[in-house]
Design a protein around this ligand. Structure first.
Ligand code: SF4
Length: 395
């Protein structure tokens, strides 16, 4: 995998409201100072021993919390709707869970392969502690095989294929606090596949006063999800499309369980945001996007923030063009017409669709340029101009 280089930590990455950045300036700024702190810096290994500390194939095991063993040695995993039935010595679809002698094990407990300090806006969370950083981590593996995955080098890898670190949950929390992060994020790949590790970190994070935030594909079974909700503060769920065909053909997944996850998160009162990556010719039909927005309005509420994100050609969809800006703008209009109140455009730094506007008085509440936050017009979680409450976690 590629690590981002060492950067200086900026606890609050803010710009003045009138700061005008070209896209080039913005990318340069991100590359130089904002993207992330490297894994080795964050977990404290000095440069000369980094190569030995992070070694390929490091595998630590922990027995799976959700699995059933059968006579004859087969096991069935209960973590996600794939419900893999796995013979002795074999692994599930996500590549990081293995049947060892009739017992099922996570192979990535305490072995993240990516540890970064990111702006929380990168997750993206626009309604949680704007302008703060999130200590972000992932292990190898994923339960989807999205043809457009931007992290395919780790998500489509087995633990042996990547360089991993040995980091206990206690060390994650300690480092997150030391470096000034306000939250810990489980992200980059589907966090469900490192569930036991995530849950143990979440429990410690909760006691420490930081927040737990999770960017997920939503492909998790109800029981582990409800258990996770007890310690989870915020979730951003990728609603990758709104047809079963899209999920089947491009992700090796299913839509229905993802919709159930969204409803459960809402019911369990976890702060919820949604991301929809719009891919030209694959999920950009306006009528389907409208249908999706109406479902969100009906089932989750008009105050659910949604991020329409721009696709760039990569991995197995390199032949497609980037999403036209006009497509994203039409999607935003359709969502607003459907009644959604917080509709964003992502991956186009400097676009007005990055800002938060009050649905009542229409004035700007939070100004953003890419991952940088400018003016914030909120007071006690309400619009400073008209007093309307804005959903989110603000202090
Ligand atoms: S978490 Fe992995 S092993 Fe378990 S059901 Fe899902 S893909 Fe299969």
């Amino acid at each position: 995998m590629r690590n981002s280089g060492y950067i200086e930590l900026l606890p609050r990455h803010r710009v003045t409201p009138d700061a005008a950045l070209t896209k080039r300036d913005f990318l340069k700024f991100c590359g130089a100072s904002l993207c992330a702190l490297s894994s080795s810096y964050l977990i404290g290994y000095p440069e000369p021993v980094r190569a030995q500390a992070a070694r390929k194939g490091l595998i630590k095991t922990k027995q799976s919390l959700y699995s059933t063993s059968f006579e004859g040695g087969e096991v069935q995993c209960g973590l996600c709707p794939h419900r893999c039935r796995v013979a002795k010595g074999k692994r599930g679809i996500c590549r990081v869970r293995e049947n060892r002698d009739g017992r099922y094990y996570s192979l990535v407990y305490g072995n993240p392969c990516a540890v970064h300090l990111d702006p929380i806006e990168k997750k993206p969370f626009f309604h949680i502690l704007p302008g703060t950083t999130s200590f972000s981590l992932a292990t190898a593996g994923c339960n989807f095989q999205c043809k457009f995955c931007q992290n395919w080098e780790i998500s489509q890898a087995s633990p042996e294929d990547v360089y991993s670190y040995e980091v206990s949950p206690e060390l994650i929390v300690k480092k997150a606090k030391e470096i000034g992060a306000r939250s810990v994020a489980y992200t980059y790949v589907e966090p469900t596949i490192f569930y036991e590790y995530m849950l143990d970190i979440c429990t410690l994070v909760k006691k420490s006063g930081l927040l737990n935030v999770y960017h997920s594909n939503g492909f998790i079974n109800p029981d582990p999800l409800k258990n996770l909700c007890k310690v989870l503060d915020g979730a951003n769920i990728d609603l990758k499309g709104f047809t079963e065909d899209f999920y089947h053909e491009l992700c090796n997944g299913q839509l229905t369980p993802v919709l159930e996850t969204l409803k459960t998160l809402k019911k369990e009162k976890v702060h919820l945001e949604i991301t929809n990556l719009i891919i030209p010719t694959k999920n950009d039909e306006l009528s389907v996007l409208r249908e999706m927005c109406l479902w969100i309005k009906r089932e989750l509420g008009t105050d659910t923030p949604i991020h329409f994100s721009r696709f760039y050609p990569l991995y197995k969809l390199k032949s497609l063009p980037p999403t036209p800006v006009s497509t994203l703008e039409k999607a935003r209009e359709a969502a607003s017409s459907a009644g959604l109140e917080y509709v964003y455009i992502g991956n186009i730094p400097g676009h007005a669709g990055e800002n938060t506007f009050c649905p009542k008085c229409k004035k700007m509440i939070i100004q953003r340029t890419g991952y940088m936050v400018g003016e914030i017009n909120l007071k006690d979680g309400k619009c400073r101009h008209c007093g309307k409450p804005v959903p989110g976690i603000w202090t």
